[in-house]
Design a protein around this ligand. Structure first.
Ligand SMILES: C[S@@+](CC[C@H](N)C(=O)[O-])C[C@H]1O[C@@H](n2cnc3c(N)ncnc32)[C@H](O)[C@@H]1O
Length: 449
């Protein structure tokens, strides 16, 4: 447990041990929240560093701190209307009590204490919800009443500029926000085993995995955080963590066992490994291969470690060192461009990013995306495939980039795709988080005539 700072102790009379701990947690959460907002660094990173230094926190402390902090960001669009100071004042305690209610946190002795501290100020008179708040609408109504603020509305939970850069009909906005305000499960991909073998293997480590209804190599590991390094299946490369939305990309690529693929923005290789796994599952002696590139060297090293863990050969590196193509022209059956983007599709897992970024995060990458796609396209053979993907939900980074590319490169033609979750026929496929409880993604597949 962290030491409480003197300021909240002085201001609020903590009498019981639970109240004292609640103050101490509040202090830590406030410190972390302020660091994220001031330094504009991802909450995951700030929390990770904090726990590395402050080893005295037990697993329960970590859970209360981490989940309350992330919940603060998830509901910040509402909370920022009441907590306008930078102090641990009653409105901060009210915010802590509110998120515990909205997310049905089970540490009621602490949330009760936060509510009592908040209610020391005349403006608050918070009471627990009378029934469980299951839908986003019920959460919104409860808060409107609890704070006596009828102006609180669902679409405030994402920044205003979000609606300017995504194209969501008004009647679908609720579903988008509802998904954004809940956590998706941890999705894994069966890499060297089949789905059932992996489920059995995980059972030995007391992990209950559930097969995805959509892909025969995908499974959900639920919502509890997992120490991957302690799991045998992970150590042996039998599984990789990969969001189900992200897995759509490899499904759309559909690499054949004898094909040559180039993953132009491979990062640490989430998609490279998926593509290679698909080839090897078709044929353990697959003659095809994957070349992986990135402008950053470190992730490529990580990719090779992951490939080694899985026992995969047939993957080689070709780092981008300049604008020149790091591979041969017209040499690949398939080229995947998983382009750098705003990552708005991953806001469910990183709720802080919606308050740290601004509209420019979506606007300022279009030129780079088109440039990478255009340069990468030179490596596609005749009749070869070119797949463009992002984890953005904005047409500015998605459809507009693909359309600009097609206008300048008429030898490429869009393919019709079946949306794996909704079964719609589309040429530009957006995975919305609410479709199948995933992150958001975009993918389009072109063929070179
Ligand atoms: C969306 S991430 C890739 C994620 C990765 N494909 C995966 O599945 O794990 C985009 C990657 O593009 C890389 N990148 C950024 N600018 C680039 C450029 N100009 N050329 C090539 N790669 C670039 C980034 O370093 C980052 O690793």
């Amino acid at each position: 447990m962290v030491e409480p700072s003197s300021s909240p102790q002085d201001a609020f009379q903590a009498e019981t041990p639970a109240q004292k701990r609640a103050l101490s947690y509040s202090n830590t959460i406030h410190q972390l929240f302020s660091s994220v907002m001031e330094q504009k660094l991802p909450a995951d990173r700030i929390v990770g560093e904090y726990f590395r230094v402050h080893k005295k926190h037990g697993s329960k402390d970590r859970r209360v701190i981490r989940e309350s902090l992330f919940a603060m960001f998830r509901w910040w669009g509402w909370l920022k209307q009441i907590h306008t100071s930078e102090q641990q004042d009653p409105s901060w305690f009210a915010s802590l009590a509110i998120v515990a209610e909205l997310e049905d946190h089970k540490w009621t002795q602490f949330s009760d204490a936060w509510r009592e501290f908040a209610n020391q100020a005349a403006e608050f008179n918070l009471t627990p919800a009378e029934q469980e708040l299951t839908s986003l609408q019920s959460k919104c109504s409860w808060l409107q009443n609890a704070l006596n603020r009828p102006s609180i509305a669902v679409n405030q939970l994402v920044p205003d500029w979000f609606w300017q850069v995504v194209d969501v009909a008004e009647d679908k906005q609720l579903a988008v926000v509802e998904a954004m305000c809940s956590r998706p499960p941890i999705w894994a991909r069966a890499q060297t085993l089949n789905q059932q073998q992996l489920i059995n293997s995980l059972k030995k480590d007391d992990i209950t995995a559930v097969a995805s209804e959509f892909f025969d190599d995908a499974l959900s590991l639920g919502h509890k955080s997992i120490n991957l390094n302690a799991i045998g299946a992970y150590q042996r490369g039998e599984l990789e963590i990969q969001d189900l939305g992200s897995q759509v990309i490899g499904q759309i690529c559909q690499p054949q066992a004898d094909e040559q693929w180039w993953d132009t923005c491979s990062g640490a290789g989430g998609k490279t490994l998926q593509l290679r796994s698909k080839m090897l599952k078709q044929n353990p002696n697959a003659t095809g291969s994957i070349t992986s590139s990135d402008i950053r060297r470190k992730p490529l090293e990580e990719l090779m470690k992951r490939a080694k863990r899985a026992g995969f050969t047939g993957i080689s590196l070709a780092p981008w060192k300049s604008d020149a193509l790091p591979v041969k022209e017209a040499a690949f059956d398939g080229v995947l461009v998983d382009a750098p983007c705003s990552c708005t599709g991953t806001w469910r897992r990183n709720p802080d990013m919606r308050w740290l970024d601004d509209k420019n995060v979506v606007l300022d990458k279009q030129e780079l995306q088109l440039d990478i796609l255009s340069r990468s396209a030179k490596a596609v053979k005749a009749q070869g495939k070119l797949v463009y993907a992002t984890c953005s939900l904005s047409p500015i980074e998605n459809e507009q980039v693909v359309n600009a590319f097609l206008a300048a490169n008429p030898e490429f033609e869009l393919q019709t795709l079946r949306h794996p979750f909704t079964q719609e026929s589309v040429t530009m496929l957006t995975v919305w988080p609410q479709d199948a409880n995933t992150d958001g993604m975009f993918v389009a597949k072109m063929i070179k005539r």
